[in-house]
Ligand binder design. Structure first.
Ligand code: F55
Length: 813
């Protein structure tokens, strides 16, 4: 790779580039222009390697994996790309000479919100690790014109603003007009005999959508690999538009144009709630079909191999069921376009596709109404119907007389297309994202499938990019680690284990304390600037950042805070360990309870923070617009990591790993990857509380939990519940105040066991305070967490996918 030799060369190239791009004097450049200039300079450096990477893959005819995900929450790229090509120092120095501060330039990049939460961020960490490990793997998704909404808090409530992230252009993308493909929607599809009497499919009167790829380079870490994230944009096809116009139906023509442009307009802002909307199904088929067509085209053009060997050279991974139409779409291409028989096409498809499940919440399971599906995707529907018919025939012959089997495994049932069942049936591999989650899939959610195909099931515990979440987010900690154990952990994150001998080293503990304090001060400055509030950096920074959901139980956290507030009010002499409670996260716009949770947090925060009798000992803040960039500010500053979902509900969690890697102590339930974090660090270095997943399950099945009983028996809980509806926290008299939450806890019997886990959570919080009081022991725990976090690098996760599922190998160059 070409590099900038020194800061002098950087300045020279910068000046040239800036003049070409902006036609203005350097002194007049905005920070955004500075950022874009460097971005284009980085592209110049990597362009040869980008081309070369693809050439080598094709020349060596290596097997490649394509990661299909409807979300990629990649975060800002300027700093991570500078780190990737090892040019951050030269860039920083060069800028400084010219009067700019790189730290001020970095935030000029808009953070692309092309995802909702964990699932989208996981996809981003995965492509980062693929490139770092020099594995031939690429991302495939949608280029949403508007990302996830920007969140503002107005009058304590969430307000959603559009995220027009492309307004100033996006310097990392390259539009590839020559690689456009067409995707068909609607029309009629039916089978008829061809000249030889074989059945062939006719698909007529469809409308065509042009799919144009925008490629983003995914730059490997200190290697020469540059993989691709391909984002598809929907455009109307001129041909189709003119055809409609020539028929003379202008209204129809404009309706066509409009509906096409809608396809890549918005990211759906709902996580974990399937909403069955037509446009969403169009999005899913759009990027799946476009992606697959371009993969098949590339395979035929560059690999010169028989289509029957497709699965030897191509692996396709589907991130949840949103891309599950890959299965019937690959069948369609193989049969209708390549002339492959059903049986051969099915074999190729199953061997090509692998599926990851991310949830067991029933409301998140994707299902589509058959009439809508049929109307929008008639050819795909015929294939899904045939898949279902053949499968049910097999099931009935395997389990004669067992009628309930069909219901548990059918792809078509009750007038709906069941996407998870399609995904399991059409894949050779099905995995969960943490041990407990994979076990629940086998034992309950997909139990019947597990009995049919036990060999398909496995676990791949999630991971996070230690490059973004440690090296980039926390350079202070990263360099302390370098100074202590050398820098080999940057390539081999399991080497973080070498920190173990320093867990009780006073000098190291002191330096770690310094780093944590620095990061708390950086965050405190941000809070002062944005919220005009002072927080004590000698207080415990207790942070819960994630999407707002009843099952994630931000309510449990805020109820405990309110309880603590009452304790202080009731006992004016009481001294507690000072605490700063921080929240961040977006609520789906249509999720009433989640929005009420945000309002509750803000109302309590206001009450606590403005009470001069308590606000020296505790502060509460809801930070607006939690996204990847804000995460990079928060994880390094945390002392306590709140991971308090109802056991059995959080598939894995990945924020838990980001906190751990930055030395925070987990306060959590035995859920998702918390189980594995607990196993790595032991009881002494995390605080576990609450019901276990099997206990939760037992209550669901056999009953025996009454939240009203908790209300009657526990005065503290009663006081908190009453406060939700008596106006004492949100001031005004009258109205139902927090009636929606009250109702969820009491009238609807507290589905997520918030009240049941309340006292155990209070005790766990006391335990945290007690441990924080012993600074040496706390530091010990912090070091153990960092040292044991290497396992949770997505490099480990991706290596497991590569070895066990995709069967791909690194390509050195
Ligand atoms: C988005 C849209 C729909 Cl329709 C359903 C789910 C989502 C989504 O964003 N899910 C999601 O983020 N799931 C999370 O995936 C993470 C990565 O595996 C897990 O760590 C986390 O537990 C899970 O909730």
């Amino acid at each position: 790779m070409k590099k900038w030799q020194d800061k002098e060369e950087f300045k020279k190239l910068f000046t040239e580039k800036a003049h070409i791009l902006w036609e203005k004097d350097l002194r007049d450049m905005t920070l955004n222009e500075v950022y874009q200039t460097i971005a284009y300079m980085i592209r110049d450096l990597v362009s040869e390697d980008w081309i070369r990477t693809n050439e080598i893959y094709a020349e060596q005819k290596v097997k490649q994996v394509y990661y299909f995900s409807i979300e990629f929450l990649i975060g800002r790229l300027l700093e991570s790309n500078l780190l990737g090509i090892d040019m951050d120092d030269i860039c920083r120095q060069g800028l400084e000479d010219m009067g700019w501060d790189l730290n001020k330039v970095i935030p000029a990049e808009r953070d692309p919100g092309l995802g909702n939460g964990g699932l989208g961020r996981l996809a981003a960490c995965f492509i980062d690790s693929l490139a770092a490990l020099q594995l031939p793997g690429h991302g495939n998704s949608i280029r949403y014109q508007y990302g996830l909404f920007n969140q503002r808090i107005v009058d304590n409530q969430q307000v959603e603003l559009p995220d027009n992230w492309l307004v100033n252009g996006y310097p990392w993308e390259v539009k590839k007009v020559d690689k456009a493909v067409y995707v068909r929607f609607g029309g009629n599809a039916y089978m008829r005999p061809d000249e030889d009497g074989n059945l062939e499919c006719v698909h007529e009167k469809y409308s065509s959508v042009r799919a144009v790829p925008y490629d983003v380079p995914i730059i490997g870490y200190h290697n020469n690999t540059v993989n691709t994230l391909r984002l598809w944009r929907a455009e109307y096809s001129r041909e189709q538009l003119y055809q409609e116009l020539s028929i003379g139906d202008r209204r129809r023509a404009f309706r066509y144009k409009d509906s096409v442009q809608q396809i890549s307009r918005f990211l759906y802002p709902d996580d974990s709630h399937e909403d069955g909307r037509r446009l969403r199904l169009m999005q899913e088929y759009f990027f799946v079909s476009a992606g697959l067509q371009s993969i098949v085209r590339h395979y035929k053009k560059k690999y010169h191999e028989s289509i029957y060997k497709f699965d030897r050279y191509v692996a396709i991974h589907i991130n949840d069921t949103h891309p599950a139409l890959v299965i019937p779409e690959l069948m369609r291409i193989l049969m209708d376009e390549e002339g492959v028989s059903w049986d051969a096409a099915w074999n190729i498809t199953v061997r090509t596709v692998a599926y990851t499940n991310h949830t067991i919440l029933p409301e998140a399971m994707e299902k589509w109404s058959i009439p809508m599906f049929k109307e929008l995707l008639p050819r795909i529907y015929l294939i899904v119907e045939e898949i279902n018919n053949r499968w049910l025939k097999e099931v009935r012959s395997l389990y004669p007389g067992d009628g309930s089997r069909a219901r548990d495994v059918a792809v078509l049932w009750d007038g709906q297309v069941h996407m998870a069942h399609l995904a399991v049936l059409g894949s050779h591999s099905v995995n969960g994202v943490a041990e407990i989650h994979s076990q629940i899939l086998k034992d309950s959610t997909l139990h019947q499938f597990y009995t049919c195909f036990p060999h398909r099931f496995s676990n791949k515990t999630n991971g996070i990019s230690h490059r973004r979440w440690l090296i980039e987010a926390n350079p202070q900690l990263a360099s302390l680690i370098d100074d202590t154990i050398g820098d080999s952990w940057r390539r081999t994150p399991s080497k973080l284990q070498d920190l173990m001998p320093f867990a009780d080293d006073p000098a190291f503990q002191e330096q770690l304390t310094r780093v944590k304090k620095d990061r708390k001060e950086i965050l405190a400055r941000y809070i002062r600037d944005r919220y005009d509030t002072d927080v004590r950096t000698d207080s415990i920074f207790d942070i819960q950042i994630k999407r707002i959901h009843l099952y994630k139980r931000q309510t449990l956290n805020i109820l405990h805070i309110l309880h603590l507030y009452y304790l202080l009010k009731d006992n004016p002499k009481l001294k507690i360990t000072p605490r700063t409670f921080l929240f961040g996260g977006k609520a789906a716009a249509g999720y009433g309870e989640a929005k009420e949770t945000i309002r509750l947090i803000n109302v309590v925060a206001h009450m606590v923070n403005s009470d001069r009798k308590v606000n020296k000992q505790m502060k509460v803040l809801f930070l607006e617009n939690y996204n990847v960039s804000l995460g990079q500010l928060l994880f390094p500053a945390a002392d306590v990591s709140e991971q308090i979902s109802t056991a059995g509900k959080e598939a894995s969690g990945t924020g838990n790993m980001k906190f751990m890697m930055n030395g925070a102590i987990t306060l959590g339930t035995m859920d998702g990857a918390n189980v594995e974090i607990h196993r790595k660090v032991g009881d002494e270095n995390c605080v576990i509380f609450g019901l276990r997943a099997d206990e939760v399950m037992n209550y669901y099945i056999h009953g025996g939990y009454s939240s009203w009983q908790m209300y009657s028996d526990d005065a503290a809980i009663r006081r908190l519940m009453d406060a939700l509806v008596d106006g004492s926290i949100d001031g005004s008299i009258g109205g139902d105040h927090f009636g929606m939450l009250y109702s969820a806890f009491l009238d609807r019997n507290d589905e997520y066991f918030v009240l049941k886990d309340f006292q155990p959570y209070c005790q766990a919080q006391q335990e945290i305070a007690k441990r924080y009081g012993d600074h040496t022991k706390w530091c010990h725990s912090s070091v153990v967490n960092i040292a044991q976090s290497g396992y949770f690098s997505s490099d480990r996760t991706i290596q497991q996918y590569a070895d066990d599922i995709w069967r791909i190998k690194p390509v050195k160059h």
